[in-house]
Ligand binder design. Structure first.
Ligand SMILES: [Zn+2]
Ligand SMILES: [Zn+2]
Length: 597
């Protein structure tokens, strides 16, 4: 089994780098109060209360001092102390990073350590040529590396505001983000990856390519889809609808708002309250909510008639737009928006059908990923954490549902890892974790097995024995949401979508104004050609620009093909073809080009 990051040398190294940074800061900014400084996924941070605000430019000096301190080869030693000793150390004016003026947060952290737990400090010490002892001391659980000399390859990245203890009512501290690696090559590779990620940032590409936009007048996290982005959505929706129809799904459409009673019954009002927009009340004092999930509506449709075992499985699919009140600091472009559209479906199945239906869902998800070119993924099965009591439903059901999922994976030959504690509160689930072109992992499609909602809504079907039975629900969303999937695809392809997905597939470039009429005719002919049972998407560049400029702009818009049209082409009945991937392909008859695509 792979070593956990939390147990790795790299984790200790980054934690030690956070301390080294804190040491540099306390030297350069007397009076700076330290709070917490943990390692995180790609580096570390430290939250510090500076006497006066600092700027990103100041990080250079801090980083320089860190490198000097690293070379001084300070031994890093753990010391375990009593609570009284700890307090005395924190208030000890003779230690540079300590004393009552800067003790505020450390004293609170000390108080938060439960009675009986070991209290430890990490002490970095060195003796200079004159024989004077220098030390930097920090209240910390550790562990750390042995000497600051090991912390060679560090880089301070950015600063941000962070509330003490994450509470907006508390003071805002300055968070400094940094990273550290074991080798210069690793650090360089990471920085290169970040550069690449910046180029692929879906928020920038989404704007530059005309896919979507945000407006402060509309509101935080509420995307406006522009024509090219809307086409992209349509293509993905059409693709999924076709796949679903072929697999026996039935479409349903439900409203954007619903009576709160429905969501009280489903339990969402209690478990999901902090993600819901404020409620609204009508003149008859009925309360409505903006739907955060589609499930209860689909359940109402299921429950609207008597069901027999012969009717099952029932598979209701909807591109359901939901709204969730994400914290404004957590909203990230269309990856985490406040309004988004799920490729949602709910399957109502008998216990006998559960495994086959689950296999069907996973098979659909695999087909979707192959079509989208996202073939590097792992499967995570989220199960119940046996030590927690946040779950609902009988143990027998949990065992059966978990077995249905793992058996389905075995039958499909899928490698999966079990992740205890990652289940939904009502049942176990399977998540697809997609690795993108930069090696970053994205949690996308999900399938959940649910015994809880059928119970809450007292759903039934009449079994072969003529008695009522309870169906099981499967919730699934292969894309996750359209927004999240388009965000991922935009970054994966750096905006250069595969031909079938490209909002504009062919751009016709008339060389001079006198070729515009023929260019329009050519575009009209191309639009009569069906590709993936849709008309080819063709645009003509009507501007009076030079051909060079038109080609450059078409390249920037990442269109897969340009067709250049001049005198000779019109005379010979050819088009000059330029491909996004292969460059200039020369003149060819239109039929030959069509064969190519
Ligand atoms: Zn620490
Ligand atoms: Zn659902």
């Amino acid at each position: 089994m792979a070593e956990r990051y939390e147990d790795s040398y790299l984790y200790r190294l980054r934690h030690s780098a956070a301390h080294l940074m804190a040491q540099a800061v306390t030297e350069l900014y007397p009076g700076a109060k330290l709070s917490i400084g943990p390692p995180i996924e790609n580096g570390f941070y430290y939250d510090i209360d500076f006497p006066a605000p600092i700027k990103e430019e100041d990080l250079t000096a801090i980083e320089k001092r860190m490198k000097e301190l690293s070379k001084l080869d300070q031994r890093i030693q753990r010391m375990e102390v009593s609570r009284e000793e700890a307090k005395a150390l924190i208030l000890d004016e003779s230690i540079p990073s300590m004393g009552k003026d800067v003790a505020e947060y450390k004293l609170q952290l000390l108080d938060a350590i439960p009675e009986g737990e070991t209290i430890s400090f990490y002490d970095q010490q060195r003796t200079d040529r004159e024989g004077t002892l220098h030390r930097f001391l920090d209240l910390c659980r550790g562990p750390h590396v042995d000497t600051t000399k090991e912390i060679k390859h560090v880089k301070l990245m950015s600063i941000a505001g962070a509330y003490w203890r994450g509470d907006v009512k508390n003071k805002q501290l300055t968070r400094i983000y940094g990273t550290a690696f074991e080798s210069a090559e690793d650090l360089e590779q990471h920085l290169h990856m970040l550069e690449e990620a910046k180029k692929r940032d879906h928020r920038v590409l989404g704007r530059d390519l005309g896919l979507f936009m945000f407006s402060p007048r509309v509101g935080t996290g509420l995307p406006l889809w522009l024509p090219k982005g809307a086409i992209l959505r349509d293509i993905l929706i059409d693709f999924m609808k076709k796949e679903q129809l072929a697999r026996g799904y039935e479409p349903v459409v439900t409203p954007h708002i619903g009576n709160i009673k429905l969501y009280e019954k489903s339990g969402h009002v209690i478990t999901y309250r902090d993600k819901m927009f404020p409620f609204m009340e009508d003149e008859e004092k009925e309360t409505y909510i903006l739907k955060p999930m589609n499930c209860p509506f689909h359940i109402e449709i299921y429950a609207s008639q008597m069901r027999s075992y012969r009717d099952l499985p029932v598979r209701y699919a909807e591109f359901g737009t939901v709204h969730r009140y994400e914290q404004s600091g957590e909203v990230t472009g269309i990856l985490r928006a406040r309004g988004f559209t799920q490729d949602d479906a709910h399957l109502f199945v008998t216990p006998d059908q559960l495994q086959d239906e689950f296999i069907g869902v996973v098979d659909l998800m695999k087909a979707v990923l192959v079509k989208l070119g996202l073939t590097d993924y792992r499967v995570r099965v989220g199960t119940k954490d046996p030590s927690s009591d946040k779950y609902v439903g009988h143990d027998d059901n949990w065992v059966a549902a978990t077995k249905a999922i793992t058996d389905a994976c075995d039958k499909l030959g899928l490698d999966y890892e079990i992740s205890p504690g990652d289940a939904a509160f009502y049942g176990p689930k399977l998540d697809l974790m997609i690795r993108d072109a930069l090696g970053r992992e994205w949690q996308m499609g999900t399938v959940q097995v649910d015994y809880n909602l059928p119970e809450r809504f007292e759903l039934e079907y009449i079994g072969e024995d003529s008695k009522p039975h309870r169906p099981i629900m499967i919730h699934r969303a292969p894309f996750g949401s359209l927004e999240r999937m388009i965000g991922l695809l935009t970054e994966q392809y750096t905006g250069a979508f595969p031909f079938w997905l490209s909002p504009v597939q062919i751009m016709v470039l008339p060389i001079a104004d006198r070729h515009i009429e023929e260019a329009d005719k050519l575009a009209a002919r191309l639009r009569e050609v069906l590709f993936d049972s849709r008309a080819l998407r063709v645009t003509v560049d009507h501007r009076s620009e030079t051909l060079g400029k038109k080609i450059r702009d078409a390249q920037l818009s990442k269109v897969p093909y340009m067709l250049i049209l001049g005198d000779r082409d019109i005379e010979n009945g050819t088009v000059g073809v330029r491909s996004r991937e292969e460059g200039d392909l020369g003149a060819m008859p239109l039929e030959m080009f069509l064969q190519r695509v």
